[in-house]
Design a protein around this ligand. Structure first.
Ligand code: MCN
Ligand code: CUM
Length: 793
């Protein structure tokens, strides 16, 4: 009577996503679905200018509109010391502007009214007198002599530099370059883009005068961090704050930062003693919330003639907008950029990084990335291809030659990370085989003779996923670990809660599978809850694909604690000592007589009805898990493309992805994550960017300008898998949620550059719009830098 693990929805089962039955029937419960008695509505007035002094704000006409309850301005907030808030990167950010506006779309005032339409009309009735100031939209302008200081609110800030940071071994790297046969160089720009989940951000703050308790329903990927932040900023005791993150319509990093709208809705509810709802519109979301990328990269590689990489130099200039509000392990100024080149055996490297303020929306990290990893891996893989081209080497061969080998783990990366497992070569060979590498190279040569431009691009990378461990990672000093709490009811059904928060990744499905694997309780008998700080155990939330590595591990650990107690109960029920019983999935049995046993469900019933003497009743527990290391999944992405020389349009012919994320809890969900990630990678390479004109007007604030690929544009992807279990994760799993977005873009770009081989073109910056490819091809030069402002609009 052994339980069949796949049948009960355990590890490896392609279990259908349980949350989807409500999502696809329109029965999800999103913030905007929630209506509370007496609820008011808030709208934000945003700055039309990117940089301007505020001379006055006159709200009298707005206040006179019937149905308007409250107008909040920077001045009013300042009187309560709330005009500025701390960011997650030790900077400050304006909640509502007081002295100046610093980017287009910045929050200037908020109106609370009986309905959202009145609030919106009232916003338009507010008269703001601005005095325009010179605008800075890129790092070159930001660091030019005499550039206006954007952050003149900060005491010791006399320029626009946020940080100047370095890591690695400078002298060692210099020596490696001195010994090099060839030095390969590349400069790149990774344009600003936006996660753009379908659901925008929003909150409902409900301050209850009777209990003095503040409940906030909000779109957040990290409810407990928000609770702590609100406790510190609003000086409300932490136990009097309840943050609820209900169903989220996608996050992709957009819902990690703390936005002014959340803060003002809370203040408004406290002042009015009524619930206040704020729901951002699409333009508000695209123009003001956590963007990604916007970074200039300069790199050099020291090479031996045979292709061996001897050392790497990197410099980055990152554009953080008006406030440094990256949400990332804060001691690293440029996120995990220095995890670049982790899959290659490179003795030394050195990175210098400079961050600047500009008159653009703040953010700088979020968008399906593990803290700048997307840029790091793009850069790495573009550099490797450039190096192969410079040396006249095959692009697969240079990777084979430099990969960390299977038995060289643990491996110290050139910047000091410790990778612990992988089969990089195997993944690459599977990918090459699947795409038909050798054949394609021949096809490419043949096609050339007929004037057709075919290209193939490879991108291989290992990505650090799972922040923490707490030894190395913290946000504002809060250590990075995570948690799970499991309650097994007397009938053997269970409730599991974690400190993570799904935004669409399927935690309700996969966490139950881990419990099924550990305890043999069918996954369908386990309900999973996340996102309510009053009930969920403390956790750092979901980003950096940390849920499986950290909270998922906690689910295993808490299940094992339950099993340990159940074992004692089983011994009692079987009237033997604990040493005499064995465990198989779902059941304890007598070693001497395997037919005699008790199921986990019988143990659960006994936990409430028939306990050994002196044992505490009940069958529940919690676990806090602090992983010993990050997890290091690997991805190999290979694209073949054809470029039309007459138009610069490129089509994807084939795409192969080989992902190794260790043991897969739910292979179907993993494939879904990879498919979604590749769609975003394709978008980035092909069409997606937000740019600014010289006055700081944001071009990309709606779906006419900011393009999301639909099923129509998105190419097909062929997926393969390799499984190298994570040596330190309780079930051997590694994170996967971002791998494809991180590794994918370079495969497309490398393929297009490969198609142009022989024309002298080494680089076209993303997105590879037809006009940029056409220009590169016809004029035989690189097309680099920030994409041009669209003039066709
Ligand atoms: N999984 C698995 N086996 C593994 C690894 C993961 O079955 N070896 C499953 C997990 O159980 C989970 C999913 O795959 O159901 C993703 O797991 P994980 O890699 O741990 O990532 P997180 O759950 O922490 O999700 C975060 C990651 C990030 S940071 C972004 S951004 C992103 C992404 O996930 N945003 C998403 N994928 C998204 N998918 C959807 N639908 N919506 C988003 O907003
Ligand atoms: Cu950087 S986007 Mo995800 O880590 O939420």
């Amino acid at each position: 009577m052994t339980v069949d693990e796949v049948k009960i929805g355990g590890l490896g089962a392609k279990r259908r996503r349980v949350e989807d039955s409500r999502f696809i029937r329109g029965m999800g419960n999103y913030v905007d679905d929630i209506t509370l008695p007496g609820m008011l509505h808030m709208e934000i007035l945003r700055s039309p200018l990117a940089h301007a002094r505020i001379k006055s704000v006159d709200a009298s006409a707005a206040l006179a509109i019937p149905g308007v309850q409250l107008v909040l301005t920077g001045e009013l907030l300042a009187s309560r010391n709330l005009a500025w808030m701390p960011t997650l990167s030790y900077d400050t950010q304006a909640v509502l502007a007081t002295d100046k506006v610093r980017f287009q779309g910045q929050e200037v005032a908020c109106v609370v009214a009986d309905d959202p339409y009145i609030a919106k009309d009232a916003c338009e009735a507010i008269v703001v007198d601005y005095e325009a100031l010179p605008v800075i939209v890129n790092p070159t302008q930001a660091t030019a002599n005499g550039a206006p200081v954007i952050r003149d609110d900060k005491e010791n800030q006399h320029d626009n530099v946020v940080f100047d940071w370095e890591v690695g071994d400078k002298d060692g790297t210099d020596r490696a370059f001195a010994a090099a046969d060839v030095v390969s160089e590349l400069e790149l720009h990774y344009p600003r883009s936006h996660p753009s989940p379908i659901e925008t951000c929003g909150s409902i703050a409900d301050f209850d005068r009777a209990t003095s308790k503040l409940t906030v329903y909000m779109t957040t990927q990290a409810p407990h961090i928000i609770r702590a932040a609100v406790a510190m900023v609003a000086e409300i005791p932490e136990h009097m704050i309840r943050i609820v993150s209900p169903d989220l319509g996608g996050g992709f990093g957009n819902k990690v930062p703390i936005y002014p709208g959340y803060v003002v809705s809370i203040l408004a509810s406290i002042l009015l003693e009524r619930p206040v709802k704020w729901i951002e519109d699409k333009t508000g979301n695209l123009i003001s919330t956590g963007f990604g990328r916007d970074i200039y990269l300069r790199g050099q590689m020291a090479l031996r003639n045979d292709g061996k990489i001897l050392g790497v130099r990197m410099h980055t200039d990152s554009d953080h907008g008006a406030f440094f509000s990256d949400a990332q392990p804060s001691k690293f100024k440029i996120g995990l950029m220095h995890a670049a080149f982790a899959c290659y055996d490179i003795p030394v490297a050195h990175l210098t990084a400079r961050g600047v303020y500009t008159n653009k929306a703040p953010g700088g990290v979020a968008y399906r990335c593990s803290f700048r990893i997307t840029e790091a891996m793009f850069f790495q893989e573009r550099m490797v291809q450039a190096a192969a081209d410079d040396l006249g080497l095959d692009q697969a061969e240079i990777r084979r030659l430099n990969f960390v080998k299977d038995d060289d783990f643990p491996h110290r990366t050139p910047f000091g990370f410790l990778t612990d497992s992988g089969q990089y070569g195997k993944c690459l060979e599977i990918g090459l085989e699947a795409i038909g590498y050798e054949d394609f190279l021949k096809q490419k040569e043949e096609a050339r003779k007929n004037g057709r431009l075919l290209g193939i691009g490879i991108s291989t990378m290992t990505e650090p996923l799972g922040a923490g461990n707490s030894r190395e990672y913290d946000i504002l000093g809060i250590k990075m670990f995570d948690s799970a709490e499991l309650r097994v009811h007397m009938t053997g059904k269970a409730l599991l809660r974690t400190g993570a928060k799904s935004q669409g990744q399927g935690h309700e499905t996969t966490w139950a599978q881990i419990v099924a694997h550990e305890l043999g309780i069918p996954a369908d008998d386990v309900v999973v809850e996340e996102g309510d700080t009053d009930t969920a155990p403390f956790g750092m939330g979901t980003y950096a694909s940390r849920s499986t590595p950290v909270a998922g591990a906690a689910v295993s650990m808490v299940s094992r604690k339950i099993r340990a107690k159940a074992r004692k109960i089983a011994a009692h029920l079987l009237e033997v000592s604990e040493e005499d019983i064995e465990w198989e999935l779902g059941r304890f049995y007598l070693r001497s007589s395997p037919d005699s046993g008790v199921t986990i469900q019988e143990c659960a019933m006994a936990a409430y009805s028939n306990l050994p003497d002196g044992m505490e009743p009940g069958l529940e527990n919690n676990a806090y898990y602090d992983p010993p290391n990050l997890t290091w999944p690997f991805g190999c992405y290979i694209a073949t493309v054809e470029v039309d020389p007459l138009t610069g349009v490129w089509d994807v012919l084939n795409f192969v992805a080989v992902d190794d994320c260790g043991v897969r809890i739910n292979p179907m969900i993993v494939e879904g994550q990879i498919m979604g990630g590749l769609a975003e990678a394709y978008a980035m390479a092909n069409m997606q960017f937000i740019t600014f004109d010289s006055e700081g007007n944001c071009v990309g604030s709606n779906y006419m300008d900011y393009l999301l690929p639909t099923a129509w544009e998105t190419p097909g992807f062929e997926l393969h898998e390799v499984v190298t279990p994570c040596p330190h994760h309780p079930i051997g799993a590694k994170g996967v949620g971002e791998c494809a977005t991180v590794g994918g873009p370079a495969a497309f770009v490398n393929a297009v550059i490969d198609a142009l081989k022989g024309t002298g073109v080494r680089n076209i910056d993303m997105p590879l719009l037809p006009d940029r490819v056409y220009e590169a091809l016809t004029e035989g030069h690189d097309v680099s830098g920030s994409p041009p402002v669209r003039t066709d609009l």
